[in-house]
Design a protein around this ligand. Structure first.
Ligand SMILES: N[C@@H](CCC(=O)N[C@@H](CS)C(=O)NCC(=O)O)C(=O)O
Length: 221
């Protein structure tokens, strides 16, 4: 099978990126990483929009056919490469896992978008500041909920094997820095994410993307 991943460093495409590294480690199936420079608008070219009309990363191209949406990409990879253990196999555990993955994708992620790109949601500067402030508080609540789930984890979200959830949890905590959230203020979450970052599939994706958990800058008065 020929797999290509269109990704941007530090973006949500980190989730399938780390998952593909886990697939490679478990099964030997390789993939081609394709860097998309969002700051140069490479996701808005006609060629890219033909791949994903939403103009977003990630896109997984499977034997020439594009698939977008993290939840669908992870489901596809898990069914195609069950030995990688990206999702639990038992039906109820799998449904719970999909529920959590969908929530990260359809709730936590867009909440961050309201912080990062408030101008997409309100016209005046005052209204944008308000959108950002409300979204920051909501985003923190989301991270606290993830902390409740992972703080007691033995190693990773689902045990000893890295899953898509671990890669998403890292990404969301890293984005928290841009939302003014010090990762040290979520110690259980931070300790877990430090383990996640050291796991070989995640470390390989981090190295390729050249990102770290270093986005938080304390406010200077
Ligand atoms: N629901 C989508 C979210 C994709 C998304 O929001 N991608 C962002 C990066 S994290 C993006 O490409 N943003 C560029 C833009 O919208 O201009 C998915 O699961 O793939």
């Amino acid at each position: 099978m020929n797999l290509e991943l269109y990704f941007a460093p530090g973006a949500c495409s980190f989730v399938p990126h780390a998952a593909l590294e886990a697939v490679k480690a478990a099964t030997g199936q390789a993939f081609e990483p394709r860097l998309v420079k969002l700051h140069k608008g490479e996701h808005r070219t006609p060629e890219y929009l033909a791949r994903n009309p939403n103009g977003q990363v990630p896109v997984l191209v499977v034997d020439g056919k594009p698939l977008d949406q993290i939840v669908a990409i992870i489901d596809f990879l898990d069914r195609g490469f069950p030995n990688a253990g990206l999702l639990p196999l038992e039906p109820w555990a799998r449904a719970q896992a999909m529920s959590q993955l969908a929530w990260m994708n359809n709730t936590v992620h867009p909440t961050f978008t309201h912080v990062f790109r408030a101008a997409d949601f309100a016209a005046s500067e005052d209204a944008q500041a308000e959108v950002k402030k409300i979204a920051q508080a909501k985003y923190r609540q989301c991270l606290e909920r993830i902390q409740d789930w992972v703080a007691g984890a033995r190693k990773f979200w689902y045990g000893d094997q890295i899953t898509a959830h671990d890669a998403y949890a890292f990404t969301l905590l890293r984005w928290g820095g841009y939302a003014g959230i010090d990762p040290k203020s979520l110690p259980g979450y931070l300790a877990y994410v430090e383990r996640v970052m050291a796991a070989p599939p995640v470390a390989a994706a981090l190295e390729r993307e050249r990102v770290k958990l270093d986005t938080y800058k304390p406010a200077t008065s």
